[in-house]
Design a binder for this molecule. Sequence first.
Ligand code: HEM
Length: 230
Amino acid sequence: MVVTVVATTVSVEEERSKKKSTGGFVDEMRSVAMKLHGKDQSKGGEKETQGKPWPKWEPNIDGYLKFLVDSKLVYDTFDKIVDKADFPEYAEFKNTGLERTVNLLKDLEWFKEEGHSIPEPLSPGLDYSLYIEGLSKTDPHAFICHFYNTYFAHTAGGQMIGKKVAAKILNGKELEFYKWDSDLPHLLHNVREKLNRVAENWTRDEKNHCLEETEKSFKFNGDILHLILA
Ligand code: HEM
């Protein structure tokens, strides 16, 4: 009986990974990212983030607003970088459908109408925006790592956290941040293919350099996530 349960768990996880696999370099990026998740996180819990233990999971509106404001700043920075396309490969990532700025703007408007004041961005968002802006001008391989991790993390663990927060402090209100205009798996599939195409022209050293940046992406994004509990 125990053997049957274990076998089923493994095949469900394999199935999940297969669905997210398009082969190519994205599989390598995903694999490095998944290794940086705590065991609990990759199963949907939120006990640990790389480098920092999570305190007791008790979100509040003030902290959540700080998280949304800093997230908006970061997504806005990514949008502007790909629009400007200092390196031609960035142009591949214009209008992917994963952009979050407009949706976050709507959410912040909603909070304002509900009587909350919207805070100014704090150092986690400001520091990360400055970092990726600088990186984007000099180091496209590392920049693409941040692009992948930031957008894809939000569609996975980010969505789950959003649902938990909504249930705990927003009476289940579903924010625009967690809605996409078209089918999300389809959007993600298209972006995975674009990432693979761009990385096809990279040397092994350039690919390794990109993968090595994953840890920094976890650190910066983890600091922004921790604002939820601030
Ligand atoms: C409390 C924090 C977090 C939780 C609970 C969490 C949870 C998860 C879960 C459950 C998955 C899906 C696993 C699967 O499909 O098998 C996932 C995927 C992923 N996460 Fe996280 N995560 C967290 C933080 C982060 C951070 C800080 C980053 C980096 C910025 C990140 C990057 C990713 C990436 C790139 C994927 C793969 C998405 C895909 O393939 O579509 N996660 N996460």
